[in-house]
Write a protein that binds this ligand. Sequence first.
Ligand code: F6P
Length: 339
Amino acid sequence: MRIGILTGGGDCPGLNSTIRSIYYKSKKYGYEVFGFFEGWKGVIENSGRLIELSDVEEIENLGGTILFSSRTNPFKEEKGVEKILDTLNKNKIDALIAIGGDDTLSVAAKLYEEYKVKVVGVPKTMDNDVYGTDYTFGFDSATTISMDALEKLRDTAKAMKRIIILEVMGREAGWVALFTGLAGCADITLIPEEGLNEDEFIKKIKEIFTKKEYAVICVSEGVEIVEKEGVEVDAFGHKLLQEKGVGNFIGKLIKDKLGINTRVAQIGHIQRGGPPTLFDRILTIRLGVKAVEMVKEKEFGRMATLINGKIDSIPLKEVLGKTKRVDKYWIDLKEVFEI
Ligand code: F6P
């Protein structure tokens, strides 16, 4: 048995730990692991190689991915699917484990449904927005970094009597901003699920600043604003939200309306690097092992998942096209800490 693996989409802490976990469990079963480089790009271009023990020993704490990643969409590439089928055949791949977020998994699901490719999905993304799993790995690590950044910004905001805005990643779901704001004690946290009501926001920040003489705001990059034209879009149709710059928009709004001393920090890709946290390491270890078990049991077209703290699996088609967004429970919890 030879299992192909790939890491697709935006990297996040925990990818290497997952690869290691898949390798070790495969070794127990006597399976070979063939790593494709740069996500679906490597499968299209037949670029990859067999993974050895020396590749994965002690990589549990390594950021990035030893397999590299890309946002390649085979369904947008000329003869993309044909090339994938050919590569899998040439390399005698019996099953494929795709480690990725919505986009990577949607390709896996389509390959399974329409072309009978034997795939298993493993959910990863710092955005934590994959439907059907309590948490995706990468989220805890990335959000621990932004929580730390927010606390540091509070020190300087307080010292200089300023309002500081921290813009965090997370795309259309507000999980990263919500957890950063909750754990890092933001005065206001703005998430896409609630949107921005400019008048209410200005009223609130004015009250806070009058009382404390400083404030920290955590804003998710996905909060909708009147944005500038021509923001770049990737192969899956997602806007490059950093370019949109919601943090700067809010900073300017405060300056224009209240004339208060304001600074903006965009944490960006700093959130994506470094070692995974304990939570993410254990999650990747469990998901990697489960994915190989799923291959053994021929549970294809499914995603390994964490549901109510237990490792399980669900059909990929149930995950497709759905985004796990911040719900009322979390919004209510956030409001407890807002003035
Ligand atoms: O999906 C993960 C993510 O980090 C988002 O939070 C962010 O909007 C996006 O990737 C950035 O994409 P890129 O890696 O292409 O800059």
